[in-house]
Design a protein around this ligand. Structure first.
Ligand code: SAM
Ligand code: ZN
Length: 161
């Protein structure tokens, strides 16, 4: 009689969604995640900015915006509200341990350093808008990551086109 050798590696969930001190829910490592590891794909419906923004009105004046939209380019977003997964709960940090990588139009969240169990996963949202970043605009996208290097906003430095 033959028996198949069992693998000694036991794979379980590598992260979990929990309450975050930064904002609402966040995603936390349950195991060691090594630098360079691909953790999760940012899933959701690919649709145009115009389409998506028609569904989600801006926050009332003076209140921070909240979004599950991941911007792919000037035209397209991934809408995490529709067919999304846990990636939509990953918060922004100005000193992130992950980055969002574009792989042929699909977005993957990858570790840029070693992440220990219990640590929150985050990446730099680097939000880009054409309008001038006045204090009022920055206030619509405040950052509460709490890092020494926090720039105070989820907006990234303007990228040249
Ligand atoms: C993709 S959701 C992340 C999940 C979010 N924590 C929640 O519970 O819905 C993105 C939204 O979370 C909030 N957020 C994420 N990172 C933040 C941060 N560092 N500071 C303040 N708000 C943040 C903002 O409202 C942002 O639009
Ligand atoms: Zn910050």
């Amino acid at each position: 009689m033959t028996s198949r050798k069992k693998s000694s590696a036991v794979s379980g969930p590598r992260f979990a969604v929990r309450h975050s001190k930064i904002h609402g829910n966040g995603v936390f490592a349950l195991v060691d995640i090594r630098k360079g590891e691909r953790i999760i794909e940012y899933k959701g419906k690919h649709r145009t900015w115009v389409d998506a923004s028609a569904d989600y009105p801006e926050a009332p004046k003076g209140e921070p915006e909240h979004t599950f939209l991941f911007s792919l380019d000037d035209d397209m977003v991934i809408d995490g509200n529709i067919d999304g997964n846990s990636a939509r709960w990953i918060n922004h940090s100005c000193a992130p341990n992950c980055e969002a990588v574009d792989d042929k139009g699909r977005i993957f969240i990858e570790a840029i350093r070693h992440i220990k169990p219990g640590q929150e996963l985050n990446y730099d949202y680097n939000l880009q808008f054409e309008e001038r970043y006045t204090a009022a605009v920055k206030k619509r996208f405040p950052c509460w990551c709490g890092n020494k290097t926090c720039r105070g906003t989820l907006l990234g430095p303007k990228e040249r086109k």
